[in-house]
Design a protein around this ligand. Sequence first.
Ligand SMILES: Nc1ncnc2c1ncn2[C@@H]1O[C@H](COP(=O)(O)OP(=O)(O)OP(=O)(O)O)[C@@H](O)[C@H]1O
Ligand SMILES: [Mg+2]
Length: 729
Amino acid sequence: MRKPSTPDEDEIDAASLADRPVELLPKSALPYHPRVGDPLDLLVDLSVGVVLGRSESFHRKYHSGGLGTIGGVAESSDDILTTLMGMPVNLDLMSPHVMFVAGKRGSGKSYTLGIIAEELALAMERKEIEVAAVVVDTVDVFRQMVDPNDEQVDLLKKWNLEAKGFPVAVYIPRRTYVGLPDEVKKKARLFPLSIGPKELTVSDWGYVLEKGGTLSTTMENLIGETLDSIRKGYTLDSGEKMVLKRDFSIKDMIKCIEINPQINELYKPSTRTALIQRLKRADRLGVFHPGGTSAQDLAIAGQITVIDVAPLGSDAESVLAILTNMLCRQVLTYRMAWTDEGASAREELPPTWLIIDEAHTLVPRSGHTPAKDAIIGYAKLGRRFGCSLVLCTQQPSAVSDDAISQADIILSHSLSHDNDIRALQQRAPAVMPDQFRDKVFISSLPRGVALVFDQNTENKRGFIMQVRPRLSQHGGTDRLSGLFEAVRLLIPEDVEEEPEPDVVVEEAELEEKLGESEEEITEELLETPRPPLKLSKEDWKVLDGWMKDYIKTLFDQEKQDYDIIDEPAPRVEEPPPEAKPTSMEWDLERVPITELDVDQIRIRRFGPLSALLLGKAMTRQVLYSRASHDFLFNSEKDVRETLLVERDGVDPLEAIEDVTSGMISTGMILDELIHEHDFTFVCFRKDDLRAAFTVGISESQVSVPIVVIGGNKNAVGRLAGSIRSILPS
Ligand SMILES: Nc1ncnc2c1ncn2[C@@H]1O[C@H](COP(=O)(O)OP(=O)(O)OP(=O)(O)O)[C@@H](O)[C@H]1O
Ligand SMILES: [Mg+2]
């Protein structure tokens, strides 16, 4: 309860709050602020700044409640009376919106989406709104919202902000989830994501099973018939009846194709086999599972949920399309039911903000995806039922006009293609100054700067905004990305095998069996090498052991994928048979040196690999091999830079000599050679700085990744810069 106060105190409080003008952002926070000729006329509340997405009367009612500060006005003007330079820009989060965020690659779009998610979380913390926010992520950049943004502390200071992580819930594909240690799940706030096969229509299956194409009509018919048989039940030749199933797995579908006599009669074995193979592949993704995650699991009042399908790699798109379709339909249905039926259905699903990155893949202008109609429907109807949508794309011209035309707020970062600029101009819901129409202007907007257009008549023209720095971490490869990949490679694919169920099982019995299978999964997983992981830095070493296995598996897989003929390295001395290490032991030799004898260096030779893959694999080797890692990483505060020297058609020994003398000419001193298996790491140091490289070749391609590490960011940057200028990549 509020402390009783005298009327005087209340009046003073209210008056001082209302009169105190908002602080303008300092120029240092707005490095880019071009002069714009046209006068700027926006909805401004002097106590908060510019207000987006609200009418004046709506704002008068709620004042600062439910606003989120997303940036600052970054345009200067000759007219000191109308200039709003440095005014904070506040987005209305209280009423529903359809927002469209555009910008070319690397212009800051996803970062801006993260700002919107952060502001939703902050407004919920302040108890000003109660919504659900679901961010769908194909590229693994939103999950890191749990951690504070320690990388841009200086920038945050300029904005008078402090780094802060948010307790988001992160849903990752079930198979990846099952394979992770509990400690990791807890710390990274992970939850399993799955889609119930029963949710998919025949055309959805077509999209999943035939990437980038369409299934033949026969194959589609076969799927239709299979789904029908499972739902209605079917009879075997023996007379045994396979009863109706309310829920089923892909394995049930495969079984039906194999044993249903009706299907056997109608379809050729080759068609059946082809479909079974495709279904098995889809099953291996480990995301289709009876039960499935529903909108109620994901859209929870007061929570930011990130759906991270990046671990699915190239299959992420189709899975996400199906999931988004489901999510849009379910959210809308519940919200519509609320208005028709009173308050009860409302409790099932709160007003929801759906934030979709890389939207052109889900709602393309031409072509169809399982999510397209659902997203357009959500964009058209959602606002009436309290639901918001934020679509983001690097190609506005490739996104369905039906979706963009619904946007009431558009944020556009830099664009460089004519058709994308045109698409923006056609759709901007506010006046656009001539200057903004200039291709040179819009293509040269710096990263993090956006043109803002608001449909509200109070905000008469578009303006330039500097997006504020993130409080929480944005993207970047972290250890978890490595672990996700490790799980994909290390955990047996059939880990989710359910016990072969009798097709005739009652619902309760089935549930019991599924329960059992969970236990089996855990048992099976215990056998895979898994250290007691914590995500703390102290356990880095333990993680490294695991990473080493991962690297090995990765190499093995690449060997298969690219048919590598792994010739023995010419300079590898075979260890005497009795000294041969077991697979888990460590073959390591450290030799202190002051001068380099290239003949001592073990060069890893691969069969035919692309330069890109060779570079990536070799870089990972320097970073994650325990030997080089022990030498390079000394403390938690270490910062690193990675460089890659690539040469085509030169003698690898020459490349090694080149790189070594290049390193020495930067002032680094040779320290030691570390031989590990078929690799040698050449290590340098000087004061607090350490560096190491190793060499790999594939056909005529020589790849030399160099990692530079030290406690001082500037010193590491300077050293990396000199190496780059001496040894251009
Ligand atoms: N407003 C900002 N303030 C500070 N840094 C920013 C800002 N916006 C973007 N950045 C920096 O730019 C990088 C790239 O931004 P972001 O990932 O959002 O690009 P993108 O447009 O989504 O690119 P892509 O098309 O590749 O997905 C970020 O990692 C961040 O370091
Ligand atoms: Mg992005």
